[in-house]
Design a protein around this ligand. Structure first.
Ligand code: GLV
Ligand code: MG
Length: 325
């Protein structure tokens, strides 16, 4: 099942650091304005107590309309479709602040139909309020076994889907993992990385359908080394970013999900060198030496990925290419 909501072509913005802010805290909604996170997501779900949810919706609408989040992706996490809150979360937030909102984050997604339901509701609200139809994106959190086995269909369910997000805490509970420390290996597990399959499964769905893959929270907010270790794992695989629960994790995320300077420089060099080598002037060659390394079309493809991430992160190259005499 997939929806056919038309909409503008989606440009993927940098989402290295995704700052979680409870919608129940006007103070934290305000503080997020000045923090260097690529995305801020305002929560009405698990970081907000049931009794505080109506107030959280109001705080979020007010904060979005007041503005001050320029340069950041602005998302709101609503409650999942198995609760009684989802429709009212979406209606109140999107009717109240639609033009000042980029994405709705849907937690605990289990089926493609749940994405389609949100897509249809968004389209109705956009039409009824004269907003641009299809502009608001969807971020889908995969947080249980059902969501993971359906992740391909979920990624493909609507052109609004921009990210597939791993929700490790709920996921660990869903599969009965014997650990209470999110993202760390469960005690007694010594045959590799207990999260590898889950991360790879999400990454494959994201890449197959041209979505961003985002890693979830690391709860030990004072342990920045632990954050770096866990973030480094998903960044190495190819994930685009990770949640941050505390300002102290933001710099680590921005650094870890950007290429290293030496890799960025090398990527730009490969692109220039290969461009030259394949040109008439460079001899129209398809495989050439760059320093000690043989580069070909596949090297160019790898370089494009690193270069795109570096450019999106605003990196500046420190080397330049000079064609051989
Ligand atoms: C995030 O929502 C998680 O459950 O880890
Ligand atoms: Mg969760």
């Amino acid at each position: 099942m997939s929806s056919t909501t038309p909409g503008p072509a989606r440009t993927m913005r940098s989402r290295r650091s995704n700052l979680a802010v409870p919608g129940s805290s006007p103070k934290m909604l305000d503080k997020a304005r000045g923090l260097p996170a690529d995305q801020v997501f305002m929560d009405i779900e698990d970081a907000v107590a049931p009794l505080a949810k109506p107030e959280a919706r109001k705080n979020i609408v007010a904060a979005l309309n007041e503005g001050g989040y320029e340069g950041k992706v602005r998302a709101v996490r609503v409650n999942d479709w198995t609760t009684q809150w989802t429709y009212a979360d979406v209606v109140e937030v999107v009717e109240g602040a639609g033009p000042n909102l980029d994405c709705i984050m849907l937690p605990k997604v289990q089926t493609a139909e749940q994405i389609v339901a949100l897509d249809l509701l968004l389209t109705q609200i956009e039409k009824a309020n004269g907003f641009e139809v299809g502009r608001i994106g969807i971020e889908a959190q995969i947080e249980n076994a059902m969501g993971l086995i359906n992740v391909d269909a979920i990624a493909a369910a609507s052109p609004r889907v921009e990210t597939i997000i791993f929700g490790p805490a709920d996921f660990m509970a869903s599969i009965n993992m014997k650990s209470l420390v999110v993202g760390e290996q469960p005690p007694g597990y010594d045959v590799g990385d207990a999260y590898h399959y889950i991360l790879m499964r999400i990454l494959m769905a994201a890449r197959a359908y041209d979505k961003q893959a985002i890693d979830g929270p690391y709860l030990q907010i004072k342990d920045v080394d632990g954050y770096r270790r866990v973030a480094g794992r998903s960044a190495a695989l190819g994930f685009d970013g990770k949640w941050v629960l505390h300002p102290g994790q933001i710099d680590a995320a921005n650094e870890i999900y950007s290429p290293r300077q030496e890799d960025y420089d090398k990527a730009e060099l490969i692109l220039d060198a290969y461009d030259y080598a394949t040109s008439l002037q460079g001899g129209a060659k398809g495989a050439v030496m760059l320093g000690d390394e043989m580069i070909d079309e596949a090297s160019r493809k790898m370089a494009i990925v690193v270069s795109a991430k570096g450019r999106a992160a605003g990196m500046v190259r420190t080397t330049s290419f000079t064609p051989p005499e």
